[in-house]
Design a protein around this ligand. Structure first.
Ligand code: PRP
Length: 289
């Protein structure tokens, strides 16, 4: 058994609460980085690797990673961009996708961002917004807030807001409409420029990558007459190329290929239409490509 007690542990910063906290912990567990967070503790030691988890506010993770307090961190790409921290982007985690949008009241006569010159914009993303507006030659007055941005037009302190939109229900509930999209973001794994154990960091990235890919792909297996194989391979080209095996009946063969999970239903219908049978979709729990 390896004794890690005298080694410096690689520190990963994780969101301490909310939906992202649960999702990141789940992702790490699936990647074999298991830990149990003692109640209210800010640290948790990883069972099988020389890694320590540190539970932090999601919006502090970029700056704490840049300062070296943590070696790696899970946070939103929006928060990384807003912080301006110099970090290495290691992996998109395929979760938490959202867009940052410039919004006005439903009944507002404003039609374009340039009409907001000199007006008041409430946001928690002043840096991203200022840069985006400057690229369009617009200067505005900023009301910088850390939350509840969606009510600021109603409160009379802003003419427009810049906020994250996921499902759009917050906008609808506050009678707001999107004027323009500023950016699209998702949850990411970032790394300090001088990570203390680069080889271990790479192992962690590869493990997480295996889970992220596994979550978005399925394995499709089916039988197809040899005459239809070329057409079938066009529908399921696989990651590199599909695996084709012989069947007892020489007129048929079996194909195995990975497909995007979101496309699977459509692909199955197209395969069926060209004569494929015994089509089976299987979930993948982990993979290395
Ligand atoms: C975010 C964001 C919006 C809302 C958008 O807030 O600031 O208010 O989600 O989501 P929707 O389009 O699905 O309605 P969050 O819940 O993260 O809390 P916060 O306002 O405290 O940041």
């Amino acid at each position: 058994m390896t004794d890690h007690t005298h080694q410096r542990l690689l520190r990963i910063g994780l969101p301490s609460k909310g939906r992202l906290a649960d999702i990141s912990a789940q992702l790490l567990h699936e990647a074999g980085l298991t830990f149990r967070r003692p109640e209210r503790s800010l640290f948790a030691r990883c069972r099988d690797m020389p890694v320590e988890m540190t539970f932090l506010r999601t919006d502090d993770i970029p700056v704490l990673a840049a300062e070296g307090a943590i070696d790696m961190g899970i946070t939103g790409a929006d928060l990384v961009a807003e912080s301006g921290a110099s970090l290495i982007h290691r992996l998109d985690l395929g979760i938490g996708s959202c867009r940052l949008a410039l919004c006005v009241a439903e009944e507002s006569p404003v039609k374009e961002a340039r009409h907001l010159a000199g007006q008041r914009i409430a946001t928690s993303f002043p840096n991203i917004t200022r840069t985006w507006l400057a690229q369009r030659g617009v200067e505005a007055h900023f009301v910088e807030l850390s939350g509840s941005v969606e009510v600021m037009i109603q409160l009379g302190v802003a003419d427009a807001i810049v906020d994250l939109v996921e499902t759009g229900s917050t906008l609808a509930a506050n009678r707001l409409r999107v004027l323009d999209e500023i950016g699209r973001y998702e949850t990411v794994l970032v790394q300090n420029q001088h990570v203390r154990d680069a080889a271990l960091a790479d192992r962690i990235v590869r493990r997480l990558e295996g889970i992220v890919i596994a979550r978005s792909y399925s394995l499709l297996e089916y039988n197809i007459p040899r005459l239809g194989l070329a057409a079938a391979e066009k529908i399921t080209p696989g990651f590199n190329s599909p695996t084709v095996s012989a069947l007892e009946d020489p007129a048929w063969c079996a194909v195995r290929a990975m497909v995007r999970r979101s496309d699977a239903h459509g692909i199955i219908e197209r395969l069926e239409a060209i004569g494929a049978s015994a089509i089976v979709e299987t979930a993948i729990s982990n993979c290395r490509l």
